[in-house]
Design a protein around this ligand. Structure first.
Ligand SMILES: Nc1ncnc2c1ncn2[C@@H]1O[C@H](COP(=O)(O)OP(=O)(O)OP(=O)(O)O)[C@@H](O)[C@H]1O
Length: 302
């Protein structure tokens, strides 16, 4: 543990501290694995979209990375501090919006924001007030009486008004209508671009990810299957289709592999270190098809 902590510190003497680092995080619930040794480092100022199917482990990973859940093994660091022992100073640099916010539901939206704002040194009350108006939230309604989408918006306002250096959102768009989603994405892009805020958000909505994320990480059955720049996916990954008669030449390494009814084989493959597709793609009859992010996600998560 000390060695790991020192390693993180040594790495940071010359470079800015990574806002979030996961090292070998593993967790299980009632004997069933939810995380299987996840390593993930998020660079300062990046916007990382975490994508995965229902039950892939996104919420568990986020909670373990922020120290809200004690993993059965592995370690997480937030701004270089062990996630399970964060100082108040570090906590004030982070904002986290859970999938279903339910805290302080007996307060009105305004009361909750006033209360929470006291704990944040850089609290932007003017932003909180104007965004409540802009997002059409009645400030004097009890949080418990708001719709799930309105409740989620208030929690997003809470998170953004604290002007965090690290913003972590667990499916922030789940209960939002398309207009509210666009507004949120615009706000995230603005924060990342102008204030250099580091953002980690989980989502099922690939188009949201394409609009705002600089990087994507695919989580599948508790493992990160791949991670790359959003704009690089088309260049780095593709579908290799091999007709039945040459399917035996398929590369042994692939991200997914599906045998079609006619005996042909579809594989998701990556370029090698020299930028080449697997050799089988050069055989007569073989085909390489470019994939959009959504197709890539569906193919490897199936
Ligand atoms: N408190 C819990 N008790 C038991 N099992 C749990 C608990 N929380 C999560 N799980 C299980 O752990 C696995 C991962 O759940 P998690 O909520 O992290 O996934 P997710 O990717 O966030 O899913 P979704 O996209 O549906 O929100 C799932 O199989 C889930 O059923």
């Amino acid at each position: 543990m000390n060695a790991v902590f020192n390693a993180v510190h040594m790495e940071t003497t010359h470079e800015p501290v990574s806002p979030l680092v996961a090292q070998g995080l593993a967790h299980c619930y009632e004997g069933s694995n939810a995380l299987n040794g996840v390593d993930l480092t998020i660079a300062p100022g990046s916007v990382l979209g975490l994508i995965g199917r229902n039950g892939a482990g996104k919420s568990t990973l986020i909670r373990a990375m922020l120290g809200l859940l004690q993993p059965i093994s592995g370690t997480a660091f937030v701004f270089g501090e062990p996630a399970l022992k964060l100082s108040d100073d570090t906590k004030s640099r982070i904002a986290y919006v859970p999938q279903q916010p339910d805290a302080l539901a007996w307060l009105t939206a305004q009361q909750m924001l006033d209360f929470v704002g006291r704990f944040y040194p850089r609290w932007d009350s003017a932003f909180a007030k104007s965004t409540l108006e802009r997002w059409k939230i009645q400030p004097n309604r009890l949080l418990a009486k708001l719709s799930p989408g309105e409740r989620q918006r208030v929690d997003l306002i809470r998170a953004l008004a604290s002007q965090p250096e690290l913003l972590v959102l667990d499916e922030p768009a789940a209960a939002l209508d398309p207009v509210a989603r666009r507004e949120l994405l615009r706000e995230l892009a603005l924060r990342a671009g102008e204030a250099g805020t580091t953002v980690l958000f989980s989502t099922h909505i690939v188009s949201d990810l394409e609009r705002v994320a600089s990087e994507v990480a695919f989580l599948h059955e508790g493992k990160i299957l791949l991670r790359c720049g959003v704009d690089d996916t088309k260049e780095r990954y593709a579908r290799l289709w091999l007709p039945a008669k040459i399917s035996a030449a398929a590369p042994s390494q692939s991200l997914s592999r599906r045998r079609n009814e006619d005996g042909s084989l579809s594989l998701i493959v990556a370029r090698d270190a020299n930028g080449q597709w697997p050799e089988a793609s050069t055989l007569p009859g073989a085909r390489i098809d470019a994939l959009g992010l959504e197709d890539l996600f569906v193919e490897i998560a199936e």
